[in-house]
Design a protein around this ligand. Structure first.
Ligand code: SF4
Length: 374
């Protein structure tokens, strides 16, 4: 299909149609981020974006005509997907989107509120005009950029169809924001977050567990809890630090300046964060990098349950914790209870033994291995 696609989307946008509004990230300096490194930021013209949306609309019409051919009800089902897979595989992305309801659109790439608000609003109206079934349109933005938009501009975007913005808070700790070259302060994060909510937009804030490393884990957890409690976003989405070979943070690790936390230390940090967090939003651990995927719930009533999940991990004997961490990272377990499956437990035990015999320290291995997940 003749339209551009950016490299990433949040896990919660897996069922969305992706419309690329800008290319890459205008900041591109965060030490832990690999996504757009070496790539130049550029804005796409309204015409380019509209051409993409029209190409997608044409694709959707073709999918619908195939569906009608196969079944007079025109329902897009598995049979239609299979037919398209063999006939016109380029249409699969759009076919899957329609199959999943055709309701959500995600605007790519890293910071779309850099676009003048009236132009972005024009894009949003155009999406809704071409795809009247769309109910939710979301985008990534830097909090600094959102903070520069007036409430009137943010409300204009909401009116045009923008539903939610995804913001990388990462940490609420100022020295850490500075160290990681995030280019924003905790106070600016709070101001932007409150403004976004005031405009009626839904707000997702992302936090990176482990970002403080061994030196700053406590400040990271406490200050992040403080900032999040002030913003009170609709969603808090946890991620875990993974240091890939292509991120600038690796040099700090190799220089002995940054010491990554191991899984036990990260879970302690997560506990401290939750113990100090308040709000009305929903917290999710919706990323494969998170050790405890079932730490999830509403901040009003579920914090004790979430702490219960954390404690059930921390109460395990050291050997069991090590077994779980290895099994989880290797994709053998998903939840702690999966260790009760004797076959899987024994499989992990064998792998753990092999790792030990190879002379590798398990914690070091898992810290490195985390980098393979993103
Ligand atoms: S602002 Fe976001 S996308 Fe840009 S470098 Fe930082 S983390 Fe990466």
């Amino acid at each position: 299909m003749n339209f551009e696609q950016g490299p990433i989307r949040p896990p919660s946008e897996a069922d969305s149609l992706f419309v690329r509004v800008t290319r890459n990230c205008p900041w591109n300096k965060c030490l832990f981020c690999h996504v757009y490194k070496g790539k130049k930021f550029s804005r796409r013209t309204i015409e380019e974006i509209k051409d993409d949306i029209l190409a997608m609309e044409k694709g959707a019409s073709r999918v619908e005509s195939y569906a009608l051919k196969l079944d007079s009800s025109g329902r897009i089902n598995r049979e239609v997907l299979e037919y398209i897979y063999h006939r016109e595989p380029d249409l699969l992305q759009i076919a899957f989107w329609l199959y999943r309801g055709g309701k959500n659109v995600f605007l790519q790439d890293g910071d779309n509120l850099v676009m003048p608000a009236d132009q972005l609003a024009e894009v949003l109206y155009f999406i809704k005009e071409q795809f009247p079934t769309v109910e939710r349109i979301t985008t990534y933005t830097r909090a600094r950029t959102a903070g520069r938009r007036s409430i009137a501009e943010l409300k204009m975007l909401k009116e045009a169809g923008l539903t939610r913005v995804h913001v990388g808070l990462e940490t609420g700790c100022n020295p850490l924001l500075d160290y990681m070259r995030k280019g924003i302060t905790a106070e600016e994060h709070i101001e932007a977050g409150i403004k976004i909510k005031e405009a009626g937009l839904s707000l997702s804030e992302y936090v990176i567990l482990g970002l403080g490393g061994r030196k700053m884990w406590k400040e990271h957890a406490l200050e992040t809890a403080k900032v999040l409690s002030k913003i009170d976003p609709n969603f808090i989405r946890l991620r875990t630090l993974a240091i890939r070979e292509d991120v600038p943070l690796l040099e700090k690790v190799q220089a002995g300046e940054f010491h990554p936390s191991n899984d036990d230390e990260i879970v302690m940090e997560e506990k401290l964060l939750l113990e100090n967090l308040s709000g009305t939003g929903y917290l999710v651990s919706d990323h494969i990098l998170n050790l405890l995927e079932d730490v999830e719930g509403n901040l009003v009533q579920d914090i004790p349950n979430m702490l219960g999940v954390i404690d059930s991990y921390l109460r395990l004997p050291a050997e069991e914790r090590a077994n779980f961490c290895l099994g989880r990272r290797l994709g053998i377990y998903r939840y702690i209870r999966d260790m009760q499956d004797t076959e899987r437990y024994e499989q992990v035990k064998k792998l753990k033994k092999l790792l030990h015999e190879s002379g590798q320290d398990q914690n070091e291995f898992l810290i490195q291995y985390r980098g393979n997940f993103i």
